[in-house]
Design a protein around this ligand. Structure first.
Ligand SMILES: [Mg+2]
Ligand SMILES: [Zn+2]
Length: 187
């Protein structure tokens, strides 16, 4: 069976952007706002070399909320893959939850089991890619990432000291430090 490092996207691989309307960090919705975080590509290359699958699991309700369209999501994904490839890094898979309980787009308005903190994206990846979840890690910058990883039975690493009640197994300052924890086999 495979082992995976599940990666949240915004705030872990690329910069999240402060949305003043919602008063919280949000995804980039314009290509020129997309910026890889320092060291992220190298950390994913390190993940690749360790023999873990590198898999993005990300809530992306932007389409549901009318902030962008599907084509933009794909464009951003191509940009992400291209910027990683330039550094010799790759993602084995990308899974999105596109749903939101208050979506404007009716087909995406539902209480799903894949929106983190639910573990659905990780469970789907595990089924499709033959992943042993207990040997895998979830790396995120939000308590919802920790909750999803724990619910799936993974070890969890939070890239923050803002824990907000979700206790991660590890806290790291950035993705490179998180992958170092994994490389050392810390449990
Ligand atoms: Mg995030
Ligand atoms: Zn969902």
């Amino acid at each position: 069976m495979n082992r995976a490092v599940f990666l949240d996207r915004d705030g872990v691989i690329n910069a999240a952007l402060y949305n003043p309307v919602e008063g919280k960090l949000d995804s980039p919705y314009r290509l020129e706002e997309f910026r890889l975080l320092p060291g992220a590509a190298q950390a994913i290359r390190h993940t690749n070399s360790l023999g873990f699958l590198a898999i993005v699991v990300s809530n992306q309700p932007g389409v549901a909320k009318g902030k962008c369209d599907f084509a933009f999501l794909e464009t951003l994904e191509q940009r992400l893959r291209w910027e990683l490839a330039r550094e010799g890094a790759y993602l084995d898979a990308i899974y999105y939850c596109l749903h939101h309980p208050q979506a404007q787009v009716e087909s995406l308005r539902l209480l799903c089991d894949c929106r983190k903190p639910q573990p659905g994206l990780l469970l789907q990846a595990a089924r499709e890619l033959n992943i042993a979840l207990s040997g895998s890690y979830m790396v995120g910058d939000s308590p919802t990432d920790v909750a999803a990883g724990r619910a799936a039975g993974c070890r969890t690493i939070l890239l923050s000291d803002a824990v907000n009640g979700q206790r991660p197994h590890f806290v790291a300052v950035d993705l490179a430090a998180a992958v170092q924890v994994i490389a050392e086999g810390r449990r």
